[in-house]
Design a binder for this molecule. Structure first.
Ligand code: GLN
Length: 285
């Protein structure tokens, strides 16, 4: 089947949902990913045919129900690295790349023999990006979801880094290694679930209907549940002068500052590129 006519089918069937630039970008990404045909290839050989176009027509149906392109092709990029994604993990966000840059700039290369822990690793994007940039660091990553950990392990392999993965819930830690007195961390970080149900109406259907509820939402009455549990855990598990970093809900910057100030000093709240409160750090008191 020829690819070019399918490009027109995409434009027609998706025009009510996406801009024409987006539709073209989807189409090129899909033919590259499925058939290894680049945009230039298609421009130079408009008669290119593929034997089995069903993958492309299936993808079109998924785009019609607003499934994110990253889940359709099963991969994405984050911090210049390739990551596999499935519906068991959040699609990494650009704001989270800013958190990685911040952690890297604060750890500094001279301290690179650090022991670091990621809580709620998901696809592993933060832990793996840090491991890649801090080759001497010992990196641990925790998640409650076995499915997410499977993806994170594949991503560690894909990016050639070694990470110790732990399946456990930070709300009720049972893992004996994590509980042992001997294991302390220089840096602990987390991008836990932080979206309140009351914020659902601000979210797009492609997020709401496809991304894992478990990774996104918290109870309206206790939106900081994970942050409290992680701060308490960090008080016991950080070395002296250890640092805690969080990605946070843009509307809860002040509450997060108040929470961290209980046990941490030098608390810094930081905005993302969209000028929203998005990250915070503190040094153990
Ligand atoms: N920033 C994500 C969003 O916009 C939420 C991430 C999280 O809950 N940790 O959907």
């Amino acid at each position: 089947m020829k690819l070019k006519p399918l490009q027109h089918t995409f434009a027609e069937r998706l025009q009510a949902l996406y801009s024409s630039e987006e539709i073209l970008a989807f189409f090129y990404e899909l033919i590259d990913s499925f058939y290894g045909v680049s945009r230039i290839n298609l421009a130079l050989n408009p008669d290119i045919e593929v034997e089995d176009a069903s993958k492309l027509t299936d993808a079109l149906q998924q785009l019609e129900v607003q499934k994110p392109i990253q889940y359709i092709i099963g991969k994405t990029e984050f911090f210049g690295l390739n990551f596999k994604v499935s519906e068991s993990v959040l699609i990494p966000r650009p704001e989270t790349e800013e958190l990685v840059s911040w952690i890297l700039s604060e750890i500094g290369i001279q301290n690179s023999e650090v022991r670091i822990l990621d809580i709620g690793t998901g696809s592993g994007c933060i832990a793996i990006s840090l491991a890649k940039n801090l080759p001497n660091a010992k990196v641990y990553a925790l998640d409650v979801s076995a499915e997410a950990l499977q993806i994170a392990k594949q991503n560690a392999e894909l990016n050639n880094v070694s990470i110790e993965f732990i399946e456990d819930s930070i709300l009720d830690v049972k893992n004996s290694k994590l509980l042992s007195e001997d294991l302390k961390f220089d840096v602990i970080f987390s991008n836990p679930p932080y979206v309140r149900n009351l914020e659902k109406e601000l979210m797009k259907p492609n997020v709401l209907e496809n991304e894992p509820y478990l990774a996104l939402f918290v109870d309206d009455n206790d939106p900081l549940i994970f942050y409290r549990a992680i701060s308490n855990f960090a008080v016991n598990k950080l070395c002296a002068h250890g640092v805690l970093f969080f990605e946070i809900n843009e509307y809860l910057g002040q509450d997060m500052e108040d929470l961290l100030q209980l046990n941490f000093k030098n608390v810094v709240l930081k905005k993302d590129i969209f000028q929203k409160d998005r990250m915070i750090k503190g040094v153990l008191k």
